[in-house]
Design a protein around this ligand. Structure first.
Ligand SMILES: [Fe+2]
Length: 438
């Protein structure tokens, strides 16, 4: 019976991420140089610290993104390519079992060698070889080669966000509170009251239509029955989250999922990550240093558990990912992204300002990743891409929740309406926030 099922499955048309347009040398250079520009504020000592197992040293991100191009492009598509160092295939492999063993993730901060300079030399070596690949005819004509390079660039953009979130976590452990990049806080304002946009029930389609780049987990596009829902016109602010705290949020088990309440108790949560009470006032640590909480800014660095408890306290819910995607079709893909260089969420429209474009939905893109109540699972009919890249997304489809919309650390060119980010429900070190639904 099992063999028959396997045979039947193989007869189905294979749903892959779409073939990509050729990758241009300028787009390769732009992504690679942006990674390096993010390192400009750092001193050598900053590059090597690992503050918790989930956080990787900056040096590791720079090396691992280079490993991707060396291992999955150069070693595969360039005859007689000589790897830069024979041990790097092991040292900088993250989780690709089909490539080979990996140096333990939690020990990445124990390595003083290769040095930071060695890693920049490694990047230059791989870039030199990649430039030759990018001029090859088959980089333009072969959808497979172009597709792998395009995944490599999007992969590097994901790690650019991690460079920022991870160095923020590293700096937050230092009582000197180093400033990554100085920026003035956005001017204070009074926020518009939370309002709701209504969406009607009906059959709709979600998932990638195959225009431009997409990951395999955005496929196949499929029909869903959308129940009538309402979505909040903006993100939840620090002021609103503070009300939740002051109403005893972290002392009221009835507001929490069981695993969430366990996390509150075990990890001693009393506020979002990076919040600190000084005398009677709340401050938060940002990449521009520690400063008083701005009531109008979107609340950030909350776990799924905190987002869920907040929604319950507010008498609302978190959106399903299909609801978020359907609603996002009415909003422009614009907002506070990494390109702004602020790396901190900004207040939404003030009480006396134009609401977020024609749909009325503000802050759908950028600022903070928005937790949805959808578990990260395969879409119906999903098939991972063949080979090592099948490990990119597919094997994580358990025990994680979907987030949508990108953050202030995401590149504008990286995000789209169908993009599915995912993190475990207790994760707080990403730029994650809350939009309510009902
Ligand atoms: Fe990676």
């Amino acid at each position: 019976m099992a063999a028959r099922l396997v045979a039947a499955a193989r007869k189905e048309p294979r749903m892959l991420a779409p073939a990509c347009a050729p990758v241009s040398a300028p787009s390769y250079e732009a992504v690679r140089r942006f990674s390096e520009s993010l390192c400009e504020p750092l001193v050598t000592e900053d590059f090597v610290i690992q503050s918790m197992p989930d956080v990787s040293p900056t040096r590791w991100h720079l090396a691992h993104t280079t490993w991707f191009f060396e291992t999955l492009v150069l070693s595969k598509y360039v005859p007689n390519y000589r790897p830069y160092h024979r041990d790097f295939v092991y040292l900088f492999n993250s989780y690709y079992n089909s490539v080979g063993e990996q140096f333990p993730r939690s020990n990445r901060g124990l390595l003083s060698r290769p040095t930071v300079k060695d890693i920049f030399d490694y990047r230059a070596y791989v870039d030199e070889h990649m430039r030759r690949v990018l001029t090859r005819k088959d980089a333009g004509e072969s959808s497979e080669l172009a597709s792998v390079i395009r995944i490599g660039l999007n992969h590097e953009q994901q790690h650019q966000e991690l460079i920022l979130t991870d160095i923020k976590r590293v700096f937050s452990c230092n009582p000197l509170y180093p400033v990554y990049r100085a920026a003035d806080p956005a001017p204070g304002r009074s926020m518009e009251p939370l309002q709701w946009m209504s969406f009607e029930e009906g059959p709709r389609s979600i998932g990638s239509m195959g225009e431009g780049f997409s990951y395999d987990n955005e496929h196949p596009r499929h029909r869903v029955l959308v129940h009538a829902f309402e979505l909040a016109t903006r993100l939840i602010t620090n002021a609103e989250y503070l009300e939740f705290i002051e109403d005893g949020a972290y002392d009221r088990p009835e507001l929490w999922l069981s695993d969430g309440w366990a996390a509150v108790r075990e990890q001693g949560w009393r506020a979002p990550l990076y919040w600190e009470k000084r005398e009677e006032a709340w401050w938060n640590f940002t990449l521009s240093g520690i400063r008083p909480i701005d009531p109008a800014e979107p609340v950030c660095h909350v776990s799924y558990f905190e987002a869920d408890a907040f929604a319950r306290w507010a008498g609302a819910a978190l959106p399903f990912e299909w609801a978020w995607e359907v609603a996002s079709e009415t909003a422009q893909i614009e907002g506070n992204f990494a390109e702004s260089g602020r790396f901190h969420p900004a207040p939404g429209p003030g009480a006396d300002e134009e609401k977020g474009g024609p749909s009325g939905l503000a802050q759908m893109f950028g600022d903070v990743w928005e937790w949805t109540c959808s578990p990260y699972v395969a879409y119906p009919g999903y098939r991972p891409v063949p080979g090592p890249l099948g490990e990119y997304n597919a094997k994580f489809m358990c025990n994680q929740m979907v987030l949508r919309g990108g953050s202030c650390a995401t590149s504008r060119t990286h995000v789209r309406r169908t993009y599915r980010n995912f993190f475990p429900p207790a994760a707080r070190w990403q730029f994650t926030g809350i939009r309510l639904a009902q």
